[in-house]
Write a protein that binds this ligand. Structure first.
Ligand SMILES: [Zn+2]
Length: 252
């Protein structure tokens, strides 16, 4: 399975998954249809499925137009998002498996950013599509869920293998790492990653995907065991450390 990263809207990423043998494609979170339709023509692929992580418009905005071009294709999303995903055909639960070509993804229920948010983990090829839950160097805001829910969701993603490719839905990495640096200045890996990302972004290059190893080492929202973060938060309970960091970033 190949993953093609497309730019959409202001800073969204949309992912086209390619089954090389069958010449078919699935799309993850089509913010808008235009770039997806263009990529399908360019790559010579037929769309067979839409995978949505959650209901926000910049993740489902292209569903309708893609369904007009490819009627009858499967639209996967959370059971808890029933009624707010255009064209949804399959309602997913935690632990469900979805197939694309010969690859399989496990559905991981990750509430916090929204009530219904799910992630798709393709264990065989090591890809994680995590929408607005885990970002490179950061995490999504708590629009519908609680800090406790989000910290638990992130703890589940953090358990995935280190080499997992983390495909998040926005290019927020530079701002995230600059924030991280202010609260964990002694983290050498973080300082190094920030330097690398500054160079990439100066050239307008993408920083997605990252790896779970890099996120564990440098993303403060996965680092509730860090002494420096615990001291800053004045707490040691993971959910309290997380809540402190999320609140701090929200007030920037
Ligand atoms: Zn969102």
């Amino acid at each position: 399975m190949l993953v093609h990263r497309l730019n959409a809207l202001k800073d969204n990423y949309v992912f086209v998954l390619e089954d090389e043998a069958a010449r078919t494609a699935a799309v993850v979170d089509p913010a808008e249809a235009g770039p997806v339709l263009e990529a399908l023509v360019r790559l010579g692929l037929r769309l067979v499925a839409i995978f949505n992580t959650h209901h926000h418009h910049d993740h489902v905005g292209g569903n309708r137009e893609l369904l007009e071009a490819y009627p009858g294709i499967a639209v996967y999303a959370s059971r808890r998002d029933r009624g707010r995903i255009p064209g949804q055909t399959v309602e997913l639960e935690d632990g469900d498996t979805v197939a694309f070509g010969c690859e399989r993804a496990r559905v991981i229920f990750v509430p916090g950013h929204t009530h219904g948010h799910i992630a798709y983990h393709f264990a065989g090829c090591g890809h994680l599509f995590c929408g607005d839950t885990l970002f490179a160097g950061g995490c999504g805001r708590l629009f519908e869920g609680t800090a406790r829910q989000m910290q638990h969701s992130l703890s589940r993603l953090r358990e995935l293998p280190e080499e997992t490719q983390v495909w998040c839905a926005h290019e927020y990495t530079l701002g995230n790492l600059r924030f991280a640096r202010t609260i964990e200045p002694d983290n050498a890996e973080l300082a190094e990653r920030l330097r690398t990302v500054e160079v990439l972004r100066a050239q307008k290059m993408a920083t997605v995907p990252s790896t779970m190893a890099a996120e564990r080492a440098t993303n403060p929202f996965l680092r509730w065991e860090s002494r420096q973060l615990q001291r800053a938060a004045g707490a040691i309970e993971p959910e309290e450390v997380f809540a402190y960091l999320r609140g701090l970033k929200d007030r920037l």
